[in-house]
Design a binder for this molecule. Structure first.
Ligand SMILES: Cc1cc2nc3c(=O)[nH]c(=O)nc-3n(C[C@H](O)[C@H](O)[C@H](O)COP(=O)(O)OP(=O)(O)OC[C@H]3O[C@@H](n4cnc5c(N)ncnc54)[C@H](O)[C@@H]3O)c2cc1C
Length: 464
């Protein structure tokens, strides 16, 4: 990296917060994208660690003047290579913006800097017993800014929605250095075009989020976990709309199959509590009183029995609930080392069973192992394309395209959680074409006229 660039950055944050040594920046060159599909990082980069919005504004002004690519960096837990610097440039790490600024119990909001991690936020809220931040994407190391720009989901979306449903306000530094304050603590806001909604899910291509105000809920006082064994997939998946139609909206409804829970159990040294069944619904029910929670459980039990599942297991002790959640969460960690890629295709919830059957057909066609599990309450499935002999199957890209096309044909989308990032830019034309993409490129150009921020992410630059 040229010395003028390093000096320019040092003049803003001080020499201690500019990293030029490759050994010290290794952790910033990759994210959690499976290695076989992860984009190759440039090593001609410099990492800068500002700690105020003002410093970020100056860095962006400087990068814009120099036409220097700049990649915002959260915690690097993304799964599509969005935070990987593929071109020489500056990695701007948000890690020092790590303060929780205000918990407002009367307005049910928390305001924090973008580098606060989900774990930090949840810990802070333990001090405020009545307040609850429902979203729980699987890696608590993720930063609030990263969660917002990825519009992260997770297991609790079925009851409370995704990150988009929680953002009330934010502060953003534009690629040209100006600072925008969007939204606030207000519940209703119809003041012109909603740029805040545009920033949510923008994957760091429109600006840098430096501060976020998130909506909170009252904390439910009671919770119970249920494990319902079914003999087959379609009985399990077909039960989900029937539960919802009875007016019970669980905190989470997850689907998993026996081979995967056994693999997860082996991975973490646990035992699977259900002897029966090949397909399982894992349901978490919450409410304010025991009576309310038990009545929801009774309804779920009735519906499941109607569907032929009469061995519902009930976990109300914290230890048993944590064990079930742990097994579910560790399906990912058990599969991850052998995964060539991890997908997050999403279809209208009633079509999840068809999606799973079609994924199995693709696995058969290519003779590869593609285990799938997921958030069946909201139609979001995680098929893992597994390695063979420690290598990605040669047809990985073709397999991915086929699965994406199946999701699209079922009325769904190629990604419901992890975004387009860099690994899926080539797949975007499968679902978005023509004017839609032109508009996206045009919006990017208005925000970022010199195309400096996170190049190669979400959309290619305009080739016309
Ligand atoms: C074990 C595991 C489980 C996961 N479970 C889920 C899940 O259940 N649901 C789900 O949706 N995702 C899940 N993820 C994916 C990941 O955690 C989310 O995408 C998360 O939102 C990424 O946040 P981050 O801080 O790590 O962002 P990074 O990976 O650092 O960055 C992601 C993108 O956001 C940009 N960015 C980061 N911070 C900012 C900022 N402040 N301003 C502007 N741009 C920024 C980066 O440039 C990049 O483009 C999981 C990942 C792992 C490893």
């Amino acid at each position: 990296m040229k010395s003028e660039i390093v000096e320019g950055l040092e003049s803003v944050v001080g020499a201690d917060w500019v990293v030029t040594d490759v050994d010290q920046m290794r952790d910033y060159l990759a994210d959690e994208t499976p290695e076989p599909v992860r984009p190759k990082s440039s090593s001609e980069v410099v990492v800068v660690k500002p700690n105020t919005t003002g410093q970020i504004s100056k860095i962006l002004e400087f990068a814009n003047e120099e036409s220097l690519p700049l990649i915002p960096r959260g915690a690097g837990t993304g799964l599509c290579g969005a935070a990987v610097p593929t071109e020489p440039g500056v990695i701007l790490s948000l890690e020092r913006l790590d303060e929780i600024l205000e918990v407002d119990e009367n307005n049910f909001t928390v305001t924090c800097e973008a580098g606060v991690t989900l774990e930090q936020l949840l810990d802070e809220l333990k001090e405020h017993e009545s307040l609850f931040f429902p979203p729980h994407p699987g890696d608590e190391g993720a930063q609030v800014g990263g969660l917002v720009v990825e519009n992260a989901g997770g297991v609790r979306a079925v009851k409370y929605g995704v990150l988009r449903d929680f953002v009330r306000g934010m502060r953003v530094v534009l690629p040209t250095g100006e600072v925008l304050k969007l939204g606030g603590k207000v519940v209703k806001n119809n003041t012109g075009l909603d740029l805040m909604q545009l920033m949510i899910g923008s994957e760091g291509i429109l600006g840098i989020v430096t501060e976020v105000t998130l909506r909170l809920y009252p904390r439910p006082k009671q919770g119970v976990s249920l494990l319902v064994p079914f003999e087959d997939r379609h009985s399990a998946v077909g039960t989900v709309p029937k539960i919802l139609q009875r007016g019970v909206i669980p905190l989470a409804i997850e689907y998993m199959e026996r081979d995967l829970v056994e693999r997860s159990c082996e991975h973490i040294g646990e035992s699977w509590p259900a002897e029966e069944g090949e397909a399982y619904l894992f349901v978490i029910v919450t409410g304010n009183t025991e009576d309310n929670v038990y009545s929801q459980c009774e309804t779920i039990d009735e519906v499941c029995k109607d569907q032929g599942a009469d061995r519902m297991l009930f976990a109300d002790r914290r230890r048993d609930r944590d064990k079930l959640l742990d097994i579910r969460s560790n399906i990912y960690t058990a599969l991850e080392p052998d995964s060539a890629d991890i997908l997050d295709v999403t279809v209208p919830p009633s079509r999840t069973g068809e999606l799973m059957d079609e994924v199995d057909r693709v696995a058969e066609e290519f003779d590869v192992y593609i285990p799938a599990y997921g958030h069946v309450g909201d139609g979001n499935l995680h098929p893992h394309i597994m390695k063979e002999n420690d290598e990605a199957p040669p047809a990985t890209e073709e397999i991915k395209e086929k699965i994406y096309q199946i999701a699209i044909d079922l009325g769904g989308v190629i990604t419901g959680e992890h975004g387009i990032g860099k690994t899926r830019v080539k797949n975007l034309p499968q679902i978005l074409v023509g004017k839609h993409v032109d508009l996206m490129r045009g919006i990017k150009k208005i925000f970022d006229p010199n195309g400096i921020i996170n190049p190669g992410t979400v959309v290619d630059s305009d080739e016309s």
